[in-house]
Design a protein around this ligand. Structure first.
Ligand SMILES: NC(=O)c1ccc[n+]([C@@H]2O[C@H](COP(=O)([O-])OP(=O)(O)OC[C@H]3O[C@@H](n4cnc5c(N)ncnc54)[C@H](OP(=O)(O)O)[C@@H]3O)[C@@H](O)[C@H]2O)c1
Length: 500
């Protein structure tokens, strides 16, 4: 049986921001509704503005109603809001933090405190310093935890600098680096799927798997995040974090146990096995591009350069693709293809595992024109499913084949948001789904050589970034990453659905 949760106070910095409104508060509400929050847990919203509780309540009611499964429950809502308070705090001001400390150390409040940094990343170090100097990170009387959102740094050096700032006031097990992808049901299912089904293990290696593709495709553009996105680009925004995490879960060795440190040890080991890209392989094994105007879902979509907040002539990539090799016993010579893009044809995150071709000699006496390899497809969003494609005979007198699939569809009703599980993990003190500092550092080591090379390309006025039409599946030239004839990106969970 699980031990009961510690009482605590959950502090949200940046409570007036988008993440706090659309994700954190609805997630906490749902946890409360499910009876999963500690009975006396308080939630303290922290922001720089003055707060009007009536206006906030209207806003919260709308935000939660938009998300509430089965509609907003008035009794739960009323109990939930009685947990919540607000404290105006100037993040640059020591006195303001002293007032925050006075509030949080009141006798009737628990001395266990989680601080969620739902803030622009440039504020992380300052806020940790202020909390540290006020004594709020001292664990003498109870636990103190911080939760930080990605991005953790913007390259290897800045990630190390930020870590050094944290090290002044925190030890590793006080830090929860969130990658909300890891909270998704299918991503967690990946571990169960791999390690609870013996039939896969003998096949899960270079003897049977030809290559692996990991895709995160979005139909949306950059929305109101223009200035952030133009600095970051697709490689930093998606590949350094989410896609490398998925890769490590697909490819890591079985951990000694599912305990957080065992799991994270294996992920780091896998990331360390990835062959670093060189100036030569960045040219052959990576691809970057930017969307131009087009149509997404029948609606007109502007080009990246016409989006608000994007400087003229920006060379920032909105599409990034790369091929990585894992230099270990299991995966030698099995390429892993990673791809992400904005304004693509479909919203889709999936892992597609392509098995080797069967030995065709077996069918020598029969004409098999289109014998296909088996694929195993793991849909992450919007469809959460597992799909195994197998070749069978078409009914009839001819010896013809067709692809059929074995499908498991993960129940989408009452779908929990990834943040619900992750917030509960913070309160429980479970680090399994959070990134350790060496994991973050290792991911930056993989991405850094690409960033450096691309920065040079951006600075070269004689070169310009490849473009793709909004609503397409990205630039055709990204196919160049595949060396084998007939190989290409897998566009859909369905075998016959090709690129439009
Ligand atoms: N939104 C998402 O879905 C999402 C997803 C993944 C990761 N993230 C990460 O989560 C963090 C928060 O994102 P967000 O979308 O909520 O950002 P946001 O809407 O811009 O909100 C950020 C919060 O920080 C406050 N803030 C901004 N600059 C400040 C300053 N100089 N001093 C004090 N407070 C300041 C804002 O206060 P005001 O309201 O007063 O401006 C707001 O409360 C970011 O690190 C982001 O990268 C967000």
């Amino acid at each position: 049986m699980k031990k009961p949760l510690d009482e605590c106070t959950f502090v949200i910095f940046g409570a007036t921001g988008n993440l706090a409104r659309i994700k954190l508060m609805p997630a906490l509400y749902h946890l409360d509704e499910a009876g999963l929050l500690p009975d006396h847990m308080k939630i303290l919203r922290v922001g720089r503005r003055e707060d009007n509780r009536e206006e906030w309540l209207d806003e919260l009611r709308t935000d939660i109603s938009d998300k509430a499964r089965g509609g907003l429950n008035e009794a739960v809502f009323s109990a939930f809001i009685s947990r919540v308070d607000y404290q105006q705090t100037n993040l640059n001001d020591a006195e303001s933090f002293q007032a925050l400390s006075d509030y949080l150390t009141q006798e009737h409040l628990s001395s266990n405190i989680a601080f969620y940094f739902s803030l622009p990343p440039f504020l992380y170090a300052d806020v940790a310093n202020q909390l540290g100097q006020t004594g709020l990170l001292n664990e003498d009387n109870g636990w103190r935890r911080i939760v930080v959102e990605k991005p953790f740094g913007s390259d290897l050096n800045s990630a190390r600098d930020l870590q050094q700032q944290f090290d002044k006031h925190l030890v590793e097990n006080q830090i929860y680096r969130i990658d909300h992808y890891l909270g998704k049901e299918t991503v967690q299912n990946l571990q169960v799927f791999r390690f609870a089904n013996l039939l896969l293990e003998p096949l899960w290696n270079h003897n049977y798997i030809d290559h692996v593709q990991i895709t995160h495709a979005e139909t949306i553009g950059i929305e109101s995040r223009g200035s952030y996105y133009d600095e970051a680009g697709a490689l930093r925004d998606m590949i350094q974090s989410h896609l490398l995490q998925l890769l490590s879960l697909v490819a890591m060795e079985p951990p000694v146990s599912m305990k957080a440190e065992d799991l994270r040890d294996e992920k780091v080991k896998l990331l360390r096995s990835i062959t670093p890209l060189t100036d030569e392989t960045v040219v052959t094994d990576t691809f970057r591009a930017q969307y131009t105007a087009g149509k997404v879902g029948g609606e007109g979509a502007t080009g990246y350069l016409q989006e608000e907040g994007i400087p003229d002539g920006s060379q920032t990539e909105t599409y990034a693709a790369l091929k990585l090799q894992i230099n270990n016993w299991r995966w030698r010579h099995v390429p892993f293809y990673l791809r992400t893009g904005k304004r693509l044809a479909e919203k889709k995150s999936m892992i597609a595992i392509c098995f080797r071709y069967p030995p065709k000699q077996f069918f020598k006496t029969v004409q098999f024109d289109d014998l296909k390899p088996n694929w195993l497809l793991i849909g992450i969003q919007p469809d959460e499913n597992l799909r195994m494609e197998i070749t069978v005979k078409k009914p009839g007198l001819e010896m013809e084949t067709q692809v059929m699939s074995l499908n498991t569809c993960i129940n989408n009703e009452n779908k929990k948001d990834a943040y619900e599980g992750l917030l509960l993990d913070v309160i429980e003190g479970d680090h399994s789904l959070f990134l350790r500092s060496d994991e973050v550092e290792q991911s930056w080591k993989i991405v850094d050589p690409i960033l450096r090379h691309w920065e040079k390309q951006k600075a070269d006025v004689s070169s310009s970034i490849t473009t793709y039409r909004a609503g397409s599946w990205g630039p055709k030239d990204a196919q160049k990453l595949f060396k084998k004839e007939g190989q290409d990106w897998r566009f859909s969970l369905h075998p016959d659905q090709a690129e439009e």
